[in-house]
Design a binder for this molecule. Sequence first.
Ligand code: MIC
Ligand code: SF4
Length: 643
Amino acid sequence: MGLNLAQKIIKAHLVSGEMIAGKEISIKIDQTLTQDSTGTMAYLQFEAMGIPRVKTKKSVAYIDHNTLQAGFENADDHKYIQTVAAKHGIYFSRPGNGICHQVHLERFGVPGMTLLGSDSHTPTGGGLGMLAIGAGGLDVAVAMGGGPYYLTMPKVCRVILKGRLNPWIAAKDIILEVLRLLTVKGGVGKIIEYAGEGVKTLTVPERATITNMGAELGATTSIFPSDEVTRAFLKAQGRESDWVELKPDDDAVYDEEIVIDLDKLEPLVALPHSPDNVVKISEVGKIKVDQVAIGSCTNSSYVDMMKVAMMLKGKTVHPDVSLVIAPGSKQVLTMLAQNGALADMVAAGARILESACGPCIGMGQAPASNAVSLRTFNRNFEGRSGTASAKVYLVSPEVAAASAITGVLTDPRELGEAPVVSMPEEFLVNDNMIVPPAEDGEKVEVVRGPNIKPFPLNSELPEKVCGKALIKVGDNITTDHIMPSNAKLLPFRSNIPYLAEFCLTPCDPDFPKRAKENGGGFIVGGSNYGQGSSREHAALAPLQLGVKGVIAKSFARIHMANLINSGILPMTFVDEADYDSIDCGDELVIEDARNRIKNGGELLLRNITKNKDIKVKVALSERQAEMILAGGLINYTRRQSNQ
Ligand code: MIC
Ligand code: SF4
């Protein structure tokens, strides 16, 4: 039986386990990336492991999230990351060099390699044919130290792309269509592998837009084959020697399949407040727009920016619209500056932001109250923009630019001829903002600012776990709910005690207070609990508040791994209807917890207040069970090394 592409790369990197969907496997990691908002924690954890130099083929530390320096904290964290990177053999991408995923695609990604990144959009690298996975910082720290990455062997879903896109229809519309079909839960436990004749009509940055937003499907990762288009991209980046051809076997088998007719697609939009709330632009009508934001790791490539510049040339942004543009990398921005496209954007009234995440993570440009904000980004979760009442719509760069000019949500096909931009045969390559690590790391002194506080450590799981249900939330709770991130909070990513004061506050402002007053307890969630980002702060902040377990209908992959790494019990209802039999404030107890976890059985959760027994599952591999018993990955690793 032939292998599909995902299986081929996994097989070539397999360290342990069998490639059977649903079973735990571990793989060797070739490259890692971190960014600054998860990086400080990842490097603190890496330092705690006492390994002098990374053991990967390449590890890169990017500064792209926390670039709004309203106080000393972010700059201090940048300095910490720069020095810790120099010391331990990690390349450092300076602030201003661009968004991690865009720069990694341009300068470091290699087809067929594995990449683990402390950011949920790491699968962007799948556009180049990498097996690129997002994970919590601790997992990335372990990979930097040469340890394998453990994951559940995913199913592989083939998406067959037929035909080619019509003018004005974009790669963004393809992934919005996939989201419409599969929803934000549809990719959980799966790798999405793209195939079909439509693949060769898409450039690498277009493919990367699609694999990037596979994160919103909850997928483990997404991947495209590596073909002549990939070769042309790498050649244009001066890296043709990194190219290898990669494709599935002719008789490859897939667990699922969907077909998308590219020529039937229309401009699409994800309505507030979920990336899978997708409809045709024509169904929404000409709603008034207050802000348009173009950029992010989804849509900030050279070609995206050139199309926008051509559409803006000679026009003026509508007087009621604020248009902000953040080109994805220094490479993109320099090329726009050199060929005059930047001047066209500025002349039209665009507000140019530095090459960084910026408004995508609420780092500035929060919209006005009740504003409609059109964004080319990947997430439109409630409040993520920094304005709780704002309504964020996700669109392609073409729709964004058209609407910035007209002031209303606009189908770009109304504007006549579409701009045609081809991929450059040569990108402008200048890696002067990438600092190589020191040759002799021992001589480097790591600089730590006062913002860096020790992170919480759990203790062994007791036999009896008890506490109150501290909060009860619904379906699809995101990590932005659990650990909000905005310009005010992001500077405290290395200060968990401070961050914990804001844990789950978008759902209930009193949660941190209640958790502390009760000495911790449980969180009750619906399905897909913890979707969204890779931030392990969404596990560390509850740990700081004494949370012992989360009982949910189902979990998102990265968040569940982060809970286990922190020693917090992730439990799912055996009978989902039992969700209704717990209310906030109920007294809960689990007897015989250690024993039952050791034996891989179900747990019995007793709701003392309601006098009811509820069966819950803890779906753990043997290794994860050991970790939970030990009180998290760090305690587990310490114990292993003392044995
Ligand atoms: C995001 O898009 O939510 C982030 C900010 O990039 C996160 C990482 C983080 O929280 O630092 C992600 O996607 O993993
Ligand atoms: Fe940055 Fe936004 Fe991409 Fe996250 S989704 S890495 S915040 S640009």
